[in-house]
Design a protein around this ligand. Structure first.
Ligand code: BGC
Length: 367
């Protein structure tokens, strides 16, 4: 080999090595530069968002993607500036679990100018054309599962005496909350109308559209606790007892359960049937202790896997797989979505669903 040929061969080998290292592990052979992802999550105050963010970050890092993961302490402005920083830092894909689904229009316009792809994570981003995909659990079904659980466990179709019932809804700025409530209320409202369910506080929306009247801002446990305190002290005098509570998620259920405890309710005697969502450790403990009847479990690892797959498909320039192109209209367009299936977990399913699958450790919940 002449010196010149050897030099060219060396150069070619070097170039190959560089391009291989750029590709190595990045999703499906896309270059690491294509796989530069900014993730923004709403808050660290709820277990699920910590798990969501960390799981997706770990998967992406394993695939040698560049990742920036931020939590915004439930503050909209903080989330906007985190997204701005990610855009300035060269992100090619943004994964956003929004705090206020309507507040991101302007920052997403900046993203669109840089040709950045945007995936709405768990919560839809509203009123913006610049949302490319949405990955979530079937939010309406979460509510249906809660409503149907109460209907069946309370035997509403055959109940002969009215049941005292209170309903709560999620944060008014979270698009999911409307779906959770609608799913549950489509099952339960007919029984309220018939008088099988009686709502002593009077806080029973006449239609799904009025759900924000009973929404708890920021999904805060202390706010649901204060609201339940008020309802109990104003409407449950003279030994009247609440027998069932629709709680849309676990953080609100924790507040409701604390309020019931301080009002003297006891498991096994007068404790009401309470729903939830997420499978948070504290709530799974409450389920085992008989304080919460169920949680709608969303295996967030599956959501992370799905979003990881979307990121792979985007980075490789492939068609992104979705399974719903009609449900999630964000006010500007229908956002192509991938919906995952939520499932009910009751006391007898904690071991088989949550522990055996590795979602929680037995020791996390005192087993
Ligand atoms: C999520 C729920 C969560 C709630 C509060 C919703 O958007 O879908 O899983 O409980 O936010 O963080």
């Amino acid at each position: 080999m002449s010196q010149k040929t050897r030099f060219v061969a060396l150069l070619a080998a070097g170039a190959l090595a560089v391009s291989m290292s750029a590709c190595s592990g990045a999703p499906g052979g896309a270059t690491a530069a294509d796989c530069n992802v900014g993730i923004t999550m709403p808050t660290r105050s709820l277990e699920r968002w910590i798990n969501d963010g960390e799981q997706l970050q770990a998967k992406l890092k394993e695939a040698t993607c560049t990742v920036d993961l931020q939590y915004a302490d439930d503050k909209v402005d903080q989330q906007i500036s985190q997204i701005q920083n990610q855009i300035a830092g060269g992100a090619k894909i943004l994964v956003i679990a929004s705090i206020d689904g309507t507040a991101l229009g302007p920052v997403l316009e900046e993203a669109a100018k840089q040709k950045i792809k945007v995936i709405a994570y768990d919560r839809l981003i509203n009123k913006s054309p610049n949302v490319d995909y949405y990955a979530t659990f079937d939010n309406y079904k979460v509510g249906t599962l809660q409503g149907t659980f109460l209907k069946e466990q309370l035997k509403l179709d055959s109940a002969t005496t009215p049941i005292n019932f209170e309903a709560f809804a999620g944060s008014p700025d979270d698009n999911n909350a409307k779906f959770f409530f609608s799913g549950a209320w489509d099952v339960l409202l007919p029984y309220v109308t018939k008088g099988t369910l009686v709502v002593p506080s009077g806080k029973a929306p006449k239609s799904n559209d009025e759900w924000t009247t009973i929404g708890i801002p920021g999904w805060k446990s202390d706010k649901s606790q204060a609201e339940m305190d008020n309802r109990l002290s104003s409407n449950y005098a003279g030994g009247k007892k609440v027998q069932a509570v629709l709680s849309p998620n676990d953080s609100l259920a924790i507040g409701i359960e604390a309020s019931l405890k301080s009002a003297g309710y006891k498991v096994g005697t007068d404790w009401p049937m309470i729903t939830g969502q997420d499978g948070d450790k504290a709530n799974v403990k409450a389920i085992l202790a008989g304080e919460q009847a169920m949680t709608v479990w969303k295996d967030t690892r599956k959501l992370g896997d799905r979003v990881f797959q979307m990121i792979q498909q985007i980075s490789k320039g492939e068609k992104v797989e979705v399974n719903d192109e009609k449900t999630y209209n964000n006010g500007v367009k229908v956002v192509p979505s991938f919906l995952l299936e939520p499932e009910v977990v009751t006391k007898d399913l904690v071991q088989s669903k949550l522990i055996d699958s590795g979602f929680l450790k037995a020791s996390d919940v005192g087993l």
